[in-house]
Design a protein around this ligand. Structure first.
Ligand code: C5P
Length: 238
């Protein structure tokens, strides 16, 4: 008998990795809305976990305490596929995801093997519960989380372009007191890239079977069209 039992069926999985500011989350979220697919932004899990650990004042090195927070986190984290909102129990952490504390905390917690291990089944379960297809974005999706993804994409852009986008976002978010220069932002982004690509566990790398997707010279709409065209060419969507 062919291996067609329903429990072995899984959604179409598109793994998207790449550095911060490449446009991953905006592009993937819109493509998922257009296709009626689910979007799982794994960076949000690292961000929320960093905030929870900071709130509880749990040291990343304290394994017993860390272990108990991780168990609680696994049982309480909820992801709304439709809205992209992330809850711990009844508390909506979505509004806090863009804070500097969440971003810098995420890169720090992401270096801890115990944490990456605990987040692995959560990322897989959330993604596999998607009804049709799912785009999962992060740093190690094609290499560690879903090495058998239907297509793997490495989304990137020049560091200068990524810094320009970040600056424009800060200004449009109403941060009237933006005192950061383009050079400051390029330095922060460069440091984060280095931290992500040089850590020992699951460093950000392009999987050998990934497609390079460079958004340096595309605006968001062009990138959305290009990603949908790529998925169509692979026969993954109509
Ligand atoms: O994608 P985002 O910028 O929200 O990710 C925040 C941080 O979380 C990254 O800089 C990276 O250190 C970490 N991360 C990771 N692996 C993932 C997703 C995020 O290490 N799959």
């Amino acid at each position: 008998m062919a291996l067609q039992s329903s429990h072995l069926k899984r959604p179409i999985i598109v793994a998207v990795d790449g550095p911060a500011g490449s446009g991953k989350s905006s592009i993937c979220a819109q493509v998922c809305r257009d296709l009626d697919w689910s979007y799982v932004n794994t960076g949000a899990l690292y961000r929320v976990l960093a905030l929870v650990l900071a709130e509880r004042k749990v040291s990343h090195e304290n394994s017993a305490e860390l272990r108990s927070v991780l168990i609680e986190f696994s049982s309480k984290v909820k992801w709304q596929h439709k809205t992209g909102k992330i809850f711990i129990g009844e508390v909506d952490y979505t509004p806090l995801l863009g804070s500097v504390e969440a971003a810098s905390g995420a890169s720090k917690v992401a270096k801890i093997p115990q944490i990456r291990e605990a987040l692995l089944p959560i990322q897989r379960d959330l993604s596999l519960s998607a009804p049709i297809g799912v785009i999962v974005d992060g740093r190690d999706i094609g290499t560690v989380v879903f090495p058998d993804a239907d297509v793997k994409i490495f989304m990137t852009a020049s560091i200068e372009q990524r810094a320009r986008r970040r600056l424009a976002q800060l200004i449009s978010d109403g941060a009237s007191s933006v005192t950061l220069s383009l050079a400051d932002i390029m330095k922060t982004i460069g440091d984060r890239d280095l931290q992500d690509s040089q850590r020992e566990t699951a460093p950000m790398t392009m999987a050998s079977d990934s497609v390079m997707f460079d958004t340096s010279n595309m605006d968001i709409q062009e990138s959305i069209v290009a990603l949908k065209t790529l998925l169509k060419t692979r026969g993954l969507c109509p």
